[in-house]
Design a protein around this ligand. Structure first.
Ligand code: FAD
Ligand code: FES
Length: 272
């Protein structure tokens, strides 16, 4: 057996669908019974799902773990193409195999007392476990969440139940402030300075927030999405350019220190 096959085998788990429901237009929440991963996963890590068998599904699809409850993983997914359409059709009792947990997850710097989490659209997905873990450690959390419209503010209830403060922006003004979340971030950093900023969302937004945090001298971690074929560091399809050379998002990330990322040299992934 090759090294990659043996790595994959060690990380493999057969997961069973517990529930799968629409939570917003084009967005679903699937709950998978997956005890080994559920007990090992850390905030910011992901799984690589084989949604179906067959030629279109030879490549697994990567998804962040949104939350863990007991033996169960919660995954928030946006329906985009063949894989996520098939995922939306999965019913209770269906089985899928996955490998995980993958990636390094978010890093919490020593001495953090206040964290600002910035979620753009489905970028809320990998911040669910993080908000819960930070709150459990007694760290004050502010969330800045942005979406096109109120219905797309996924995980808003979780943030409101767990964070000390939640600020919202929507493009159409249907909830919170009208406009982009970056405007909220600018004010929040100035008025209620965090020790660290965590960002996940469209890459253009992520870059702006990283610049805002770094300009204010605040540490910042960004979760970067790249095309991923193997998910275990073997294929180099997921590289991110950093000050320390090319890194693989699947094993060195997907969370990176924003100060290390060479943004202009890093490929901008397709817009979701
Ligand atoms: C670490 C990581 C975590 C992610 N977490 C989530 C999440 O929690 N929720 C969520 O909805 N999406 C997440 N994504 C994106 C998700 O993997 C893609 O949207 C999904 O693979 C699309 O599959 P598809 O077959 O429906 O689309 P396709 O028809 O295959 O493609 C539709 C779009 O998705 C992109 N895509 C396809 N395969 C991949 C891949 N292997 N990696 C990245 N992008 C891909 C394509 O470039 C295209 O733009 C994550 C991606 C990464 C890298
Ligand atoms: S997906 Fe293969 S190296 Fe990252």
């Amino acid at each position: 057996m090759s090294m990659d096959a043996s790595t994959e085998r060690k990380l493999l788990e057969h997961a069973r669908v517990v529930s799968n429901e629409r939570v917003a237009e084009g967005v679903g929440l699937i709950v998978l019974e997956s005890p080994r991963v559920a007990h090992a996963v850390k905030p910011g890590q992901f799984v690589h799902l084989r949604i179906e068998q067959g030629a279109s599904f030879l490549l697994r699809r990567p998804f962040s773990i949104h939350r863990v409850v007991g033996d169960r993983l919660q995954i928030l997914y946006q329906v985009l193409g063949e894989g996520t359409r098939a995922l939306a059709g999965k019913e209770r009792g269906a089985e899928m195999d996955l490998i995980g947990p993958l990636g390094t997850g978010w890093f919490v710097p020593e001495g953090t007392a206040h964290a600002l989490l910035v979620a753009g659209g489905l970028g809320a997905a990998p911040l669910g476990m993080l908000v819960e873990a930070l709150a459990l450690r007694g760290i004050a959390v502010t969330v800045a969440q942005g979406a096109p419209t109120t219905e797309r503010l996924v995980a808003r209830e979780l943030f409101e139940a767990t964070a000390r403060r939640v600020e919202i922006s929507t493009d159409d003004g249907s909830a919170g402030e009208r406009g982009f979340v970056t405007a909220l971030v600018e004010r929040l950093i100035a008025a209620d300075r965090p020790d660290v900023v965590y960002v996940c969302g469209p890459e253009a937004m992520t870059r702006i927030v990283a610049r805002q945090a770094l300009a204010a001298g605040v540490a910042c971690q960004v979760s970067l999405e790249r095309l991923m074929a193997c998910g275990i560091g073997a294929c180099l399809s997921c590289v991110v350019a950093t000050v320390d050379g090319q890194k693989r998002a699947c094993v060195d990330g997907p969370a990176f220190d924003a100060a290390d990322v060479l943004w202009d040299a890093s490929e901008i992934p397709p817009k979701h």
